[in-house]
Write a protein that binds this ligand. Structure first.
Ligand SMILES: Nc1nc2c(c(=O)[nH]1)N[C@H]1C(S)=C(S)[C@@H](COP(=O)(O)OP(=O)(O)OC[C@H]3O[C@@H](n4cnc5c(=O)[nH]c(N)nc54)[C@H](O)[C@@H]3O)O[C@H]1N2
Ligand SMILES: Nc1nc2c(c(=O)[nH]1)N[C@H]1C(S)=C(S)[C@@H](COP(=O)(O)OP(=O)(O)OC[C@H]3O[C@@H](n4cnc5c(=O)[nH]c(N)nc54)[C@H](O)[C@@H]3O)O[C@H]1N2
Ligand SMILES: [Mo]
Length: 746
C-alpha cells in the first residue's frame, strides 16, 4: 500500500525558501519583500504570525523571519482587495457557497460594510453610521450581559485594553477569546499548580537545557523559528524528546533556510534524539507512568530540598501514584515498559529540563489535568525557577498572552477590577462572563445578543459548526473588526457590519502623529511594533480608533474620553500602567525598541497559589479506550494555513498537494476497516449528546500516525466537534479527541 511520507524529509531547507518566494510573488513581491526586512527588528514591527519570542538584539539576524512569517506578511501586504465590487457581484448566499480557501483569499477589506437583508448583499456604509448602529444596539440592551465582546489574539495591548474598558463600562465581563480555544487549559492548570498561567522560561534557557521535551506540538509548521533554538540545542548535545501520535517532519530534522552553508550542503540537523508515538490523549497516563517509575525505582533522585521548601501535597500525591496500576497506564499510552523506562531515565539524568507543549495537550477533555500532571513532573526535580529549565506553553497568536494580561478575561481577578474602578471612576461588573462555549450556548438559546468580534473568525474557529452558525444568526447584531474577509462575515445576525482595520505592517497616524502599539510574546517580553506601509485603503481605521469610535458613540466622553486616549497611544499605555503596575515606566521601557520582561512569579519561585507553595495535584487518568472500529480524530493545521485562513492547499511536510478534505490514517487501521489509500469516506462523530454530526467525502491518506488515531484539517472537520466535549475547568473544546467511525462514500 502506498504510504504518504514514509521517508520524512527535513523541515526548512530549499522547500521553505521556494515556497516563501512563490507566495511573495503571488501576493505582490515588491511591497511584501521590502516589509520583511523590518520584521521582528528593533523599531520594526512584530510578526503577526506566532508568539515565538525574538532573540536579543545582538543575536538578531537581518532576516528574523520564517516561511510562515513570510506568508503572514504577504497575506497582509497583498494587492488583492475585498472591495465593494466583490459584494456588488455576489450575494452573501453566493459567497457562502465558496470553500474556505476562496473566501479567505479575497484580499484586504477596504471600507465599512452593512448587510442589506433585502438584497442579501453587503453595501458600503460610513464610519459614523456604522458606529451609530452599534451604539443604538448597545444602548438598547435588555441587560448588559446581552453584549458579547470576542477577541482574537492578534490585537495589540492598547486595543485590547480599550476594548475591555468599553465592555466593562457597558457592564459585562463577556469576553470570550481565542485563548478559550487554545491555551486556556495551560493557564488554568498552571495557575493551580504554580500560581501563574504563563510559561517560566526565556530564550536563554534553551541554550542551557540538558533535555527538552516537546509534547503535542508541531513547531516545523506552527512555530518555525523555534526550530533554530532546537537546532542549536541539538548541535550542542542536548537531548530532545518528542511525544506525538504523528511523525512531524519539523520534529525529525531541519535545514535552516538562512544558513547558507547548510543550504548548500543540504545536510539536515537531527532535531529529536528520541521520538515516541503515543496514543492521542494519553500524555497524562505517560507522565504518571514516568513519575511512578521514578518514585518506585529512584525515589532518592527527586529534588527533596526543593520539594520540602517549595511544594505542597507531595506525600499525598506520591501515595496515589504508587497505587496506580501499571497495566492500565501502559495500555492507555500503548508504549512498552522499556520505552517508559527510557524516557524516565532521560528525565532522571537531566539536571535542567524544559517541557514545551501546545494544542496536543490543551485541547482535550482532560487538558487541565494533563497540564497539572506535567507540572508535577517538573516539580519533582525542581525544574521551575531554575536556569535552563521550566515550563514552556508555546502560544499561538502573536499577542494572545498580552490581551489576557491587559484584561481580556471572562473571569477577571478582583484586584484588577478594583484598579479599573479606581482609575476610571466607575463600578465594573463582578459577575462571571461568558467564555466561548457559554457564549455560543447563550447566543443560541436567548437569541437577542449583540456580538462584536475584535479580529478572528468566530464562526469557523468555534466548535460545533452548525450550532455556532445558528447562534450567530440569532443575534440582533453581529460586528466584525477585521483585515480580511472570512466566514464570520457571511453568517450574519439580524443586522451585520464589517469594520475593516489596519494591519500590523501599516502606518497608524492619529491626531498626535505616527503611533506604535505593543505586544507580549510567549515568554512575557513586551515590546513595541510600528507599521510603515501605506494602508491597504484610505478608509481603514486602526483597532484602537474603531473601539474609541464605538465607545464615543455609545457612552459619550463624560467618564472616559476615548477619543483623547487614541490621539496618542502613550496615553493608553499610561492608563495600563496605572491599572497594572508591573508595566513599570511602560512608555520609557519600550522606547529603545528592545522591550522589557514582565515579572513572572513562578520563575522567581514565588508561588501565588492558595497554599503559597507550588502544588502537587492528584488527577485520575481517564479511560480512553474506544469501541471496536472507532478511531480518535484530531483536527489540526496544515502547513499552508493560519488557523481559519487557508493560504494554499498544500501541506508540504506531510507530502500533501492540492487537497484539504483528507483523513490521515494508520496503515493497519486502513486494512482493518477494509479501506484503501485514496478512497473516499464519510466521517461520523459520536458524542454524549447523541446528535448526529457528519462530514462527507474525505480522502483516505495512509500515514505514519499511531494506530487507532486519525487526523484531519480544521475548519473542514470542525462540524464533528460537539459543544459538550470540553475540559471541565477550562472549557477548552476537545478539538483533539473526537470519537469517530468511517463509512465508504458511495
Ligand atoms: N503557520 C501557522 N502558525 C501558527 C498557527 C497556524 O495555524 N499556522 N496557529 C497558531 C496558533 S493560534 C496556535 S495555538 C499554534 C498551534 O500549534 P500546534 O499545537 O503545533 O498546532 P496543531 O496543528 O493543532 O498541532 C497539534 C500537534 O499536536 C499533536 N497532537 C494531537 N493530539 C495529541 C495528543 O493527544 N498528544 C500529543 N502528545 N500530541 C498530540 C499533533 O499531532 C500535532 O503535531 O500555532 C500558532 N502558529
Ligand atoms: N477544529 C479546530 N478548531 C480550532 C483549533 C483547532 O486546533 N481545531 N484551534 C483553535 C485555536 S488554537 C485558536 S487560537 C482559534 C483561532 O481563532 P481566531 O483567532 O478567531 O481565528 P483566526 O483564523 O486566527 O482569525 C483570522 C481572521 O482574523 C482577522 N485578522 C487578521 N489579522 C488581523 C488584525 O491584525 N486585526 C484584526 N482586527 N483582524 C485581523 C482576519 O480577518 C482573519 O480572517 O481557533 C481554534 N479553532
Ligand atoms: Mo491558538
Amino acid at each position: 500500500m502506498e504510504k504518504q511520507h514514509l521517508n520524512i524529509k527535513s523541515a526548512g531547507g530549499w522547500g521553505a525558501l521556494i515556497s516563501s518566494g512563490k507566495f511573495l510573488i503571488r501576493e505582490g513581491f515588491f511591497k511584501s519583500s521590502q516589509t520583511l526586512f523590518r520584521l521582528n527588528q528593533t523599531h520594526g514591527f512584530d510578526c503577526p504570525g506566532c508568539a515565538w519570542p525574538d532573540p536579543e538584539n545582538s543575536e538578531r539576524s537581518m532576516t528574523e523571519f520564517c516561511e510562515n512569517g513570510v506568508k503572514a506578511i504577504a497575506f497582509e501586504t497583498t494587492k488583492k482587495r475585498a472591495s465593494k465590487e466583490l459584494f456588488l457581484q455576489k450575494t452573501v448566499s453566493q459567497l457562502n457557497e465558496l470553500d474556505v480557501y476562496t473566501i479567505t483569499n479575497q484580499g484586504r477589506l477596504t471600507e465599512p460594510f452593512y448587510y442589506n437583508k433585502q438584497n442579501d448583499k453587503y453595501e458600503p456604509i460610513s464610519w459614523e453610521d456604522a458606529f451609530n448602529i452599534i451604539a443604538k444596539h448597545l444602548k438598547n440592551l435588555e441587560k448588559p450581559d446581552d453584549a458579547i465582546f470576542y477577541t482574537s489574539g492578534r490585537t495589540s495591548n492598547e486595543a485590547a485594553f480599550l476594548y475591555q474598558l468599553l465592555g466593562r463600562m457597558i457592564g459585562t465581563n463577556n469576553f470570550p477569546d481565542c485563548s478559550n480555544m487554545c491555551h486556556e487549559s495551560s493557564g488554568v492548570g498552571m495557575e493551580e499548580s504554580v500560581g501563574i498561567g504563563k510559561g517560566t522560561v526565556s530564550l536563554e534557557d534553551f541554550d542551557k537545557a540538558e533535555l527538552i521535551m516537546i509534547f503535542g506540538q508541531n513547531p516545523g509548521t506552527n512555530h518555525p523559528r523555534m526550530l533554530s533554538e532546537l537546532q542549536k540545542a541539538s548541535k550542542r548535545g542536548a537531548k530532545i524528546v518528542s511525544i506525538n501520535p504523528l511523525k512531524e517532519a519539523g520534529l525529525v530534522s531541519f535545514i535552516h533556510p538562512q544558513d547558507i552553508g547548510q543550504m548548500i550542503s543540504n545536510k539536515a540537523t537531527a532535531i529529536s534524539s528520541h521520538y515516541y508515538q503515543v496514543k492521542m490523549g494519553s500524555d497524562m497516563a505517560l507522565i504518571q507512568a514516568i513519575i511512578k517509575y521514578i518514585l518506585e525505582m529512584h525515589s532518592d533522585s527527586v529534588d527533596k530540598v526543593f520539594i520540602k521548601a517549595h511544594t505542597s501535597g507531595f506525600e499525598e500525591y506520591k501515595k496515589n501514584i504508587l497505587e496506580k496500576k501499571w497495566p492500565f497506564l501502559l495500555e492507555q499510552t500503548s508504549l512498552s515498559m522499556e520505552e517508559v523506562i527510557e524516557i524516565s531515565e532521560l528525565y532522571l539524568n537531566s539536571e535542567k529540563t524544559i517541557c514545551c507543549w501546545a494544542m496536543g495537550l490543551t485541547q482535550h477533555e482532560h487538558g487541565v489535568a494533563t497540564i497539572e500532571e506535567l507540572m508535577n513532573l517538573l516539580l519533582l526535580k525542581g525544574n521551575i525557577g531554575k536556569e535552563g529549565a521550566g515550563a514552556c506553553p508555546v502560544r499561538g497568536h502573536s499577542n494572545v498572552q498580552g490581551d489576557r494580561t491587559v484584561g481580556i478575561s471572562e473571569a477577571p481577578k478582583e484586584e484588577f477590577l478594583q484598579k479599573i474602578d479606581s482609575v476610571f471612576n466607575f463600578k465594573s461588573p463582578r459577575t462571571h462572563g461568558f467564555d466561548m462555549v457559554h457564549a455560543i450556548k447563550a447566543m443560541h438559546k436567548e437569541k437577542n445578543k449583540v456580538f462584536i468580534g475584535l479580529g478572528g473568525n468566530f464562526a469557523d474557529a468555534a466548535p460545533d459548526t452548525k450550532l455556532t452558525y445558528e447562534a450567530l444568526k440569532a443575534c440582533n447584531l453581529t460586528v466584525h473588526i477585521s483585515t480580511h474577509l472570512n466566514k464570520s462575515h457571511l453568517i450574519c445576525g439580524k443586522e451585520a457590519l464589517i469594520l475593516p482595520c489596519l494591519g500590523r505592517t501599516e502606518l497608524d497616524i492619529q491626531l498626535h502623529g505616527v503611533q506604535s502599539v505593543t505586544v507580549e510574546d510567549s515568554m512575557s517580553m513586551v515590546h513595541s511594533s510600528k507599521g510603515r506601509n501605506v494602508p491597504a485603503s484610505r478608509d481603514l481605521k486602526s483597532e484602537p480608533a474603531i473601539i474609541a469610535g464605538i465607545a464615543n458613540a455609545t457612552l459619550g466622553n463624560k467618564k472616559v474620553d476615548f477619543l483623547d486616549l487614541i490621539s496618542d497611544y502613550s496615553k493608553i499605555r499610561e492608563k495600563i500602567e496605572e491599572v497594572l503596575p508591573s508595566f513599570i515606566s511602560y512608555n520609557n521601557s519600550i522606547e529603545n525598541g528592545e522591550g522589557f520582561e514582565l515579572y513572572n512569579s513562578a520563575k522567581n519561585r514565588v508561588w501565588k497559589t492558595k497554599t503559597k507553595k507550588a502544588n502537587f495535584i492528584v488527577n485520575e487518568v481517564p479511560n480512553l479506550t474506544l469501541e471496536k472500529n472507532h478511531l480518535s480524530l484530531m483536527t489540526m493545521r496544515s502547513h499552508d494555513q493560519f488557523n481559519t485562513t487557508v493560504y494554499d492547499t498544500n501541506d508540504r511536510y506531510r507530502g500533501i498537494k492540492n487537497k484539504r478534505k483528507i483523513i490521515f490514517l494508520n496503515e493497519k487501521d486502513v486494512k482493518k476497516l477494509r479501506l484503501s489509500n485514496g478512497e473516499f469516506v464519510n466521517i461520523q462523530s459520536h458524542s454524549r449528546d447523541k446528535i448526529k454530526r457528519e462530514v462527507l467525502n474525505f480522502e483516505v491518506v495512509v500515514y505514519d500516525i499511531k494506530e487507532g488515531c486519525a487526523a484531519a484539517y480544521f475548519p473542514e472537520a470542525t462540524p464533528l466537534v460537539s459543544i459538550e466535549h470540553h475540559d471541565k475547568k477550562s472549557f477548552t473544546p476537545s478539538y483533539k479527541f473526537i470519537d469517530i467511525t468511517l463509512e465508504k462514500t458511495l
